[in-house]
Design a protein around this ligand. Structure first.
Ligand code: URA
Length: 439
């Protein structure tokens, strides 16, 4: 008889009984090896989502998922640093930050995720670039980090394999919003990467998994204390997700926003500010800056000088993308056949945005997955998205829809209109950074 039985573990979780570290380690190994079925993985995610694991269980699950694969160790002439976000809309900071950190002297083995629930995923965005490969072997990842200082890759059969499986299951089973699952998912990847310093972007607001300040704080504290407990210096910023971060949401459309900011053709202020703030924290953790403010200035200089764009180009080419992507990106990205404006139904000031609903619009256009085997359409999504506090006239576009068909575009137009709350009062947009959590 095997030592553990998935059915018994699931029944205990369903009843909110504590589950031993040994049982969680067995389950995580089973996720990685395939011994645990998809149905069992889905039931596990739902039970943890509904009943929680408690602090001890959360730490045990994180360790178990980390131990499902190997852990990289590095011997490099600079610090190994990274950033991870808990997930948002129009949040393409990782694409700017990995090369900017590299340009500032860090090494960045960034193990990222795909779209999750209503949020976009770094890997899906990068795979909008023709030829880009996110699945690298451990040996290729090592080589690339040595040569280009930055790589953005998926979890693999070797690194964080339990998360690779559970992440895909959570994406399509409505089981993302769990402090325990988010902590174990993020940190099993980040600890496996052998980081010396990690900065976490914990999103708060209508487009985040954590909708209230109390939930976001609890997640930030759980992430920071679990990561520090495992020996990785970590800082978290709680940042605003009550509206999309960039003015675009969708895979290729967000790559455009990144390239415009990286190359200085049209800098997005929110992307710039968050990239410099998170990067500043990371450089300070890695000893490459005196403090976060000094670090932010260094990241800003790397963006401004074109050094970050140069590292981005090297990274894209090394991972199979076009060698001339930084110069020729407008010709290289796919475009949707149908592009229509979303007319504002009445004049007013934007008071509220249901950013989760905007994320769902992108998923339903084909930019995310409704089932695990769905193929992403990289070209679809929203651009020119109006922000909080913006004054709009009746009929003025509040966003542009990029769709595969006219019918999909019309459905998206209505959903975008429904996601906005307009009023008469002037409104100051919320601050970008709500709080800073350190160990
Ligand atoms: N990012 C991850 O890698 N996992 C989550 O659960 C949420 C965001």
């Amino acid at each position: 008889m095997p030592e553990f039985d998935a059915r018994a573990i699931l029944a205990d979780l369903r009843q909110g009984k504590p589950v031993s570290a040994g049982a969680l380690a067995w389950f995580a190994r089973g996720l990685a090896s395939g011994e645990v079925s998809d149905a069992q993985a889905g039931a596990f995610a739902m039970a943890v989502c509904l009943r929680g694991l408690g602090e001890e269980g959360r730490v045990a699950l994180t360790r178990a998922m980390l131990a499902s694969g190997g852990r990289l160790d590095w011997d490099l002439p600079g610090p190994v640093l990274d950033k991870h976000s808990t997930g948002g809309i129009g949040d393409c900071v990782s694409l700017l930050l990995a090369p900017a950190l590299a340009a500032c002297g860090a090494y960045v083995p960034m193990i990222s995720g795909r779209g999750l629930g209503h949020t976009g995923g770094t890997l899906d965005k990068l795979e909008a670039i023709p030829g880009f490969r996110s699945a690298l072997s451990e040996a290729d990842l090592r080589q690339q980090v040595l040569e280009c200082r930055a790589a953005i890759v998926s979890a693999s059969a070797e690194i964080a394999p339990a998360d690779r499986r559970l992440y895909a299951v959570r994406d399509v089973t409505g089981t993302v919003e769990s402090l325990d699952l988010i902590t174990a998912s993020i940190l099993s990847k980040k600890l496996a990467a052998g980081l010396e310093g990690l900065v976490l972007d914990v999103k708060l607001g209508s487009g985040a998994f954590m909708k209230t300040e109390a939930e976001a704080r609890a997640l930030a504290q759980a992430l920071v204390s679990t990561a520090q407990g495992a020996g990785c210096m970590t800082t978290a910023l709680i940042t605003d997700m009550n509206q999309p971060l960039a003015h675009a949401a969708g895979n290729a459309l967000e790559v455009i926003a990144v390239m415009e900011t990286l190359t200085g053709t049209s800098v997005n202020p929110a992307l710039w500010d968050l990239t410099t703030a998170l990067g500043g924290e990371a450089l300070a953790l890695g000893g490459l800056a005196a403090d976060a403010e000094d670090g932010a200035a260094r990241i800003g200089a790397a963006l401004e000088s074109g050094a970050a764009a140069e590292y981005f180009g090297k990274m894209i080419a090394a991972q199979g993308g076009p060698a001339d992507f930084v110069d020729r990106w407008p010709d290289r990205l796919p475009a949707a056949p149908v592009v229509v404006p979303v007319p504002c139904p009445a004049a007013g000031v934007v008071q509220r945005i249901d950013a989760e609903a905007l994320g769902q619009v992108v998923v339903h256009l084909g930019g995310g997955r409704l089932r695990g085997d769905d193929r992403i359409n990289p070209s679809v999504g929203l651009s020119e998205i109006a922000g909080l506090g913006e004054v709009l006239m009746a009929g003025e576009p509040m966003a542009m829809v990029h769709a595969a068909t006219e019918a999909a575009a019309q459905a998206a137009v209505q959903a975008v209109q429904a996601a906005y709350g307009l009023g008469e009062a002037e409104l100051d947009p919320p601050p970008l950074i709500h709080a800073r959590i350190t160990g």
